[in-house]
Structures are given as C-alpha cells and as structure tokens.
Design a protein around this ligand. Structure first.
Ligand SMILES: CC(C)(COP(=O)(O)OP(=O)(O)OC[C@H]1O[C@@H](n2cnc3c(N)ncnc32)[C@H](O)[C@@H]1OP(=O)(O)O)[C@@H](O)C(=O)NCCC(=O)NCCS
Length: 143
C-alpha cells in the first residue's frame, strides 16, 4: 500500500469514494477547495487503485480530520489505520498538540476505529448534522 499526497488526477476517484461512503457527502466544490489549500494533508492510499483518502487541516496547535473514507471492498484491511497513521505523522511533524474530529453518534464502526487509534470523546454536539444527528467530538493528544 502506498500513501501519498493527492494529485489532480486523483480528485474524481476521491469524490466517488466520498459519495459512496456518506449519505451527505461534501460537495465537489469543498473537496476542490481542500485540495487547493491543504494538499499536503490531503492523502490518498493506493493499493491496486485508490482505496481511500483522508483530509486534514490545521492551525498552529490543533489538527482537524475533515474526512476519511475507504472504498467498501477495501475495508477491514488496515487501509484506514494506515491513512490515520500518516496524517498523524504529518500533524506531529507540524508540532501540533492534539488532533480533533467529529463523528456521527450512530457510526459505531468509525467510533470503535478511532478509539482503537487512541481518540477519546471530549464532547457531544447536539443536532450537529443536516439530519439532526448528534456528533461526538473525539480528540487525541499528540504530545
Ligand atoms: C471508518 C473507516 C474509514 C475505517 O477504514 P478501514 O480501512 O476499514 O479501517 P481498518 O481496516 O484500518 O480498521 C477497521 C477494522 O478492521 C480491522 N482490521 C484491520 N486490518 C485487519 C486485518 N488484516 N485482518 C482483520 N481485521 C483487520 C481493524 O482491527 C479494525 O477493527 P475495529 O473496527 O474493530 O477497530 C471505513 O469503515 C469507512 O470508510 N467508513 C465509511 C466512512 C466513515 O464512516 N468515515 C468516518 C467518518 S467520521
């Protein structure tokens, strides 16, 4: 498996995965904006094809995982963990103190995945998503 920063020719594949993974996907305009502005922390995992992606942004202190998705046929093989390990390395390289993300309260699989990676729940954001579902804010200290 090869994890690397996204290139322009990967964008369509990433959009396909985003639409496959989420009921309310980020629109192409936002994915393009994130590509244009945060491409060093917009990573893709290649197996025989693009299997998944992770998008991170950061300020001076905090990293924020905006989205992570793995194509259905490539799940439970370690692609997600490998992507997270790489994005955490990018954030550690920026000397950030912690990393944060939001996850749907009902997304038990993703919550278990993040807990295994050392994330812990910091708060609940009521009615965070378009359909009224709550978000868990999960954080992990980096130093
Ligand atoms: C959440 C998500 C990114 C995880 O990606 P993934 O590639 O399946 O993640 P991994 O393979 O690294 O880990 C998933 C599970 O497979 C297990 N696994 C990893 N490699 C394995 C292997 N070789 N053999 C058996 N099991 C394995 C892991 O232990 C892990 O188990 P856990 O869920 O009980 O912790 C993926 O399920 C996904 O894209 N979901 C839809 C989008 C989504 O919900 N994104 C998060 C929004 S906040």
């Amino acid at each position: 498996m090869n994890v690397r920063p996204i290139t322009p020719s990967d964008i369509n594949e990433v959009l396909k995965i985003e639409y496959e993974c989420f009921k309310y996907p980020y629109p192409p305009s936002l994915i393009n904006f994130l590509y244009a502005n945060f491409r060093e922390s917009f990573l893709v995992a290649e197996v025989d094809a693009i299997a998944g992606y992770v998008i991170g942004i950061s300020d001076d202190v905090e990293g924020h995982i905006i989205s992570i998705g793995v194509r259905e046929g490539y799940r439970n093989l370690g692609v997600g963990k490998t992507l997270m390990d790489h994005i955490l390395d990018v954030f550690i390289g920026r000397n950030l103190s912690y990393v944060r993300l939001e996850v749907r309260e009902g997304n038990k699989k993703a919550i278990r995945f993040y807990y295994r990676l050392g994330f812990r729940r910091r708060e609940v954001l009521r009615n965070y998503y378009e359909d009224g579902e709550n978000a868990y804010v999960l954080v992990k200290r980096l130093k």
